[in-house]
Structure formats: C-alpha cells, structure tokens
Design a protein around this ligand. Structure first.
Ligand code: C2E
Ligand code: MG
Ligand code: MG
Ligand code: MG
Length: 276
C-alpha cells in the first residue's frame, strides 16, 4: 500500500515537473516575442534622500505583460531569461530605454537612473564598451547612470570584476550593491571594491522597528559603509516606523512603497513634479 502510494506521488510529481517544463518553453518563446516586438516596459521607483526629502535616483524595473494581458513578475521571468541567455538582449534594451527616459526626468532636477544587471551581462568581455556606446547614442552623461549588481557578482572578486568596476568609476558611472546581506559576503571584502552604494535588502528592513538584531546588523552595515564612503539605501520601506528607525541608525536613502511604487514614466513625471 505504501509502495503504491509512493509511486503515485512520484507520477504526480513527474507530471507537474513536465507541465512546468512545457510552461517554461512557452514562456521562453513568448518572452522572445516580447523582445522582438519591443513590448517590454520599464517602470521607475523613486529613491529618496532622507536628508533633503528629494528624489535623487529612480530604479528602472522591467515589466512584462503578455499580449493576452497576463502580468508575469520579474521574479519569474528574470531567472528564466538568465537561464536562456535572453537577459542579454533584454538587458541591453533596458539600458538603452533607461538612458533615453532619463532625459525626460531632468526638467525636475538632476535625477539619475539605476539599472539592474545580471551576472551574464556584466561578465561579457564587451560590456563596458556596450554601456559606453549606449551612453553615446542616447547622449547621456555618464554620471546620470547607476548600475545595480548583486553581491554574488561581486563576491567572485576576480581581477576582471575589479577592473571593470574601476573603469565604471573612472568614467563616473556609480555602482550599487543590490540586495546587500543576502549573499553571505562578509563586510571586509567591501573595502576592496570600487563601488559607491550599498542597498540593504528588504529582509533586514521588514521588522527593523521591532527587531533588535536587525537594528544591530543594519547599524553595523551603515557604520562600515560610511567609513569607506559608501552611501546606504534601505530597500522595501513600507512604514513610517521603519523610516524613523532607519533615520536614527544613520541611513541616508530610502526606497519603498511608503514613498512610491514603481510606475510608468508618465506617472513618474507627475510624481517628480510634485516631489522633486
Ligand atoms: P531589486 O533590484 O532588488 O528591486 C527591488 C524590488 O523590490 C522590485 O521588485 C520592487 O518592486 C520591490 N519593492 C520596492 N519597494 C518595495 C516595498 O516597499 N515592499 C515590497 N514588498 N517590495 C518592494 P520587482 O520589480 O518585482 O523586481 C524584482 C527583481 O527582479 C529586482 O529586485 C531585480 O533583481 C530583478 N529585475 C527587475 N528588473 C530587472 C532588469 O531590468 N534587469 C535585471 N537583470 N533584473 C531585473
Ligand atoms: Mg535593484
Ligand atoms: Mg534589491
Ligand atoms: Mg531584490
């Protein structure tokens, strides 16, 4: 009886896995269609300087709505696009689009745009040149662009990584470490990296108004970052209580639903007109 049941479970598991595989094949070709049809979108989420209350940067976040109206979350399609290599053309599109849109934001102040990168993009030998070319084509000053890299990309800590980061720094492109604290990297390696910003992941922010350990960790990160001249941004801030605590701990910048959700360019312009 037990054996039979086990077998049934296995078959159900296998069937589900198979469905999953087929769903991914379909999703993959639909995503390719979206790239080819120029149907991807970027939404922008403001990052606020706690000191001045102004928007300093907006983060570009990719959005994909299928022709039949399904919203697929980046948590789903980004890993898929990374596994198929489609993140290369999609990421290039995002960079170019962000560098085009950032011009429309300048009437509201010197707003910078931050673009997320995948490891696959960053490790391409021609990546630096590609960024330079996009800046040129779109007539964008380098210091209006920021790049967000995850800890896992930086942790490899190879000479190549440091070299590329150094080149970005020299031309004035700021680099931020995204999702900081989720990659088990330890703090000492930061000293070696030519990066100018650190984004504390939402998992440390969620309960920060109540959790003594989250407060201690965040205080430590902020102290260390300040000493090596890095700016600290708290991600996923949703409440005033979190902001009050983060301010107390010396955090300089805030991003989260409390201020604004990611939004299309036209909506962002209305937001900036009111807040910048
Ligand atoms: P991320 O770079 O850490 O972006 C922040 C994510 O947190 C976004 O999710 C944003 O919508 C969400 N968020 C912002 N404030 C809050 C808040 O107060 N509460 C909560 N619960 N969430 C908040 P999103 O847009 O779903 O993107 C998820 C991830 O997908 C991004 O995380 C990034 O890693 C990746 N991604 C998005 N666009 C791109 C892209 O163009 N290229 C690459 N390589 N990755 C991207
Ligand atoms: Mg990011
Ligand atoms: Mg993040
Ligand atoms: Mg994240």
């Amino acid at each position: 009886q037990a054996k039979l049941q086990g077998r049934n479970h296995f078959q159900i598991y296998q069937a589900a896995n198979n469905d999953n595989y087929q769903a991914n094949v379909i999703l993959r070709s639909e995503f390719q269609q979206a790239i080819d049809d120029d149907a991807l979108q970027l939404h922008y989420q403001p990052i606020i300087d706690l000191h001045s209350g102004r928007v300093v940067t907006v983060e570009a976040l990719m959005r994909w709505i299928t022709p039949d109206g399904r919203f697929i979350s980046p948590g789903e399609f980004i890993p898929l696009a990374e596994s198929t290599g489609q993140i290369i053309p999609a990421g290039r599109w995002a960079l170019r689009k962000a560098c085009t849109d950032v011009h429309e934001m300048q009437q509201f102040g010197a707003i910078r745009v931050a673009v997320n990168l995948s490891a696959l993009q960053f490790h391409r030998a021609d990546f630096f040149d590609q960024v330079q070319q996009i800046l040129e084509e779109t007539g964008t000053p380098a210091d209006l662009l920021e790049l967000e890299l995850t800890e896992s990309i930086l942790m490899e800590n190879s000479n190549h990584t440091i070299e590329v980061l150094q080149r970005f720094k020299e031309v004035g492109i700021r680099v931020a470490i995204d999702d900081f604290g989720t990659g088990f990297s330890g703090l000492s390696y930061l000293k070696k990296l030519p990066v100018s910003k650190l984004k504390i992941d939402r998992i440390f922010v969620q309960d920060i108004d109540q959790s003594a350990s989250d407060q201690a960790i965040t205080a430590g990160v902020i102290n260390m970052a300040t000493q090596v001249d890095m700016e600290v941004i708290a991600e996923g801030v949703e409440t005033l209580a979190q902001i009050t605590m983060l301010k107390q701990l010396g955090c300089g910048y805030i991003q989260g639903f409390y201020y604004a959700k990611p939004m299309p360019l036209e909506e962002l312009k209305v937001y900036l007109a009111q807040h910048a």
